[in-house]
Design a protein around this ligand. Structure first.
Ligand code: ADP
Ligand code: ADP
Ligand code: MG
Length: 487
């Protein structure tokens, strides 16, 4: 047991703010780090203390372990919280911190290696009797990969053992496509990760992505906080998440949460983690991977469970026993998250300065945001600007609340996907819960949001509207997203 009195948050944007807020509530000194680009960022202002760790590119700042360790030592931090992305799944980082007498708020390095490596995790799942997506459990060279793919049967997915963020993933529909897909996957993997191992998985047609949040302490107690469904995706990356999943029957929920707990136990996992599964068309849950960190969509679970997952992470890292037993976990109502990305309707990142921002509020609405008016959205980092999370007593209520929250969200100066989220939430199939990971590819194709045109017109009208003397002109606007969709 070691009491944590100060935490260095090795991240930026919304997740840095989110962690710092919990530190404040727990009377823990929060230390921020920032790149030269972020010196005026909200997370730096909210922290009690801050250190510059280098130039804007992440490789020269947020990914520089020595710079972070140095800042931690200088500040006298007891512990480091990595957030998600950046160094959060880097076992070497956890070890270096430990060597320097700092607590890593996350799993032990060994559990990160066992579960963060997708091939190792697949092997462990198989050994524990948990179905994995059919495919290989060894890394492959081009030639053997081709024969493995033939054995698995097309279509297949090429995936990176050390991957994440959808990088290096290639759908190969037939053998003719194999060589070029393998080459392009390999070159993307080599430029993104230290680890260039690739493996083959059967491509599951129209799967649903369902994941289970777990918490584990150092005494071996493991609980789950239910599931999240994350099937609204583009480029294999999540946009909208909800809990509970409408795809699961009671038995399937029981099975998937039991598998998650088994896997966490067999990897002697500690701290918060997520076990991801995909459901085949017949509903079979196949283990996909484990994320050995706090996830972007964790607030969806917090809203239903009434548990601050970061607080639990800190308590576990101190060596405390879990504050709840499985029977103490009561999941209520329905929660949804929309990730607001700075990107256009072709899903390409967008940059610019936020010239105007209005965020929604009210009962059951949570906004975890890293932006404010005047801030510049750069190319250096992840395009996630903000997350809108709602809770409702039923799915219907949550959908209505999110739709209305999106209506009152105004972000001008950069293209973003709030309109797309609104479109999804209004879609008949989404309302009926009949969607899978192919939903956007299938239904959104050909639709677009003419951002620049609309944005400029809206900027002009808002600025005019808000000019002194013109206030009487401001009146309720109709739902702006509907008018932006061009078929
Ligand atoms: P989640 O599963 O929490 O939704 P995402 O896949 O959206 O996570 O990833 C969150 C962030 O972390 C994104 O910026 C993503 O690019 C980044 N990321 C995820 N995995 C890795 C990894 N292995 N290496 C580097 N960045 C990663
Ligand atoms: P990442 O580390 O990038 O998060 P995952 O293995 O979790 O990679 O996969 C991300 C997404 O890609 C899944 O949610 C799913 O939509 C899709 N995907 C991954 N593997 C398969 C597969 N074998 N068949 C179909 N879709 C897949
Ligand atoms: Mg994943």
């Amino acid at each position: 047991m070691r009491r944590i009195r100060s935490i260095l948050v090795a991240n930026r944007g919304e997740i840095a703010l989110r962690v710092i807020r919990t530190c404040k509530e727990m009377n823990i000194r929060a230390i921020a780090v920032y790149s030269e680009f972020d010196s005026g960022s909200p997370h730096v202002r909210l922290a009690d203390e801050s250190y510059c760790i280098g130039p804007p590119p992440a490789l020269q700042s947020y990914l520089r372990m020595e710079a972070i360790v140095e800042a931690a030592k200088k500040s006298g931090a007891d512990a480091v919280h990595p957030g998600y992305g950046f160094l959060s799944e880097n076992a070497k980082f956890a070890e270096i911190l430990e060597k320097n007498g700092l607590i890593f708020i996350g799993p032990p390095a060994a559990a990160m290696r066992a579960m963060g490596d997708k091939i190792a995790a697949r092997k462990l799942a198989l050994a524990s009797g948990i179905p994995v997506v059919p495919g290989t459990t060894e890394p492959l060279e081009s030639i053997s990969a081709k024969s493995a793919a033939r054995k698995v049967g097309y279509p297949v997915m090429l995936k990176a053992a050390g991957g994440g963020g959808g990088k290096g993933m290639r759908l190969v529909r037939s053998e003719e496509e194999f060589d070029s897909c393998f080459r392009s996957s390999q070159s993307e993997v080599r430029s993104a990760f230290d680890d260039d191992r690739i493996y083959v998985e059967k491509y599951i047609e129209k799967p649903r992505h369902v994941e289970v949040q777990v918490l584990a302490d150092s005494e071996g107690n493991v609980i789950h906080l239910g599931e999240r469904e994350c099937s609204v995706q583009r480029r294999h990356q999540k946009i909208i998440e909800e809990s509970p999943s409408v795809a699961l029957s009671g038995d399937q929920r029981e099975q998937i949460t039991r598998s998650a707990i088994t896997l966490a136990r067999s990897s002697t996992y500690r701290n918060a983690g997520t076990l991801e599964f995909i459901l085949g068309e017949d509903g079979t849950p196949y283990f996909l991977e484990m994320n050995t960190r706090l996830q972007v969509e964790h607030p969806v679970t917090e809203m239903r469970a009434g548990i601050d997952i970061v607080r639990e992470q800190i308590r576990i890292a101190e060596g405390n026993r879990l504050s709840l037993k499985q029977s103490d976990v009561h999941l209520t109502g329905h929660a949804i998250e929309c990730r607001i990305y700075a990107e256009d309707s072709s899903f390409l990142p967008s940059t610019g300065t936020i010239v105007h921002l209005t965020t929604p509020g009210g009962f059951g609405i949570r906004v975890d945001s890293g932006i404010e008016q005047g801030i510049e959205i750069p190319t250096h980092y992840d395009p996630l600007m903000s997350k809108l999370i709602v809770w409702g007593s039923s799915r219907e209520e949550a959908v209505a609340r999110m739709t209305s929250a999106l209506d009152s969200l105004e972000i001008l100066g950069v293209a973003h996907n709030a309109g797309l989220c609104h479109w999804v939430l209004s879609h008949k199939l989404f309302r009926e819960g009949k969607y899978d990971t192919g939903f956007l590819d299938e239904h959104f194709k050909g639709l677009s949001f003419p951002e620049d045109m609309v944005q400029n017109a809206v900027i002009a009208s808002i600025l005019t509207e808000r000019m002194p003397g013109n206030r009487q002109n401001s009146h309720r606007r109709p739902s702006k997203w509907k008018s932006q969709i061009r078929e």
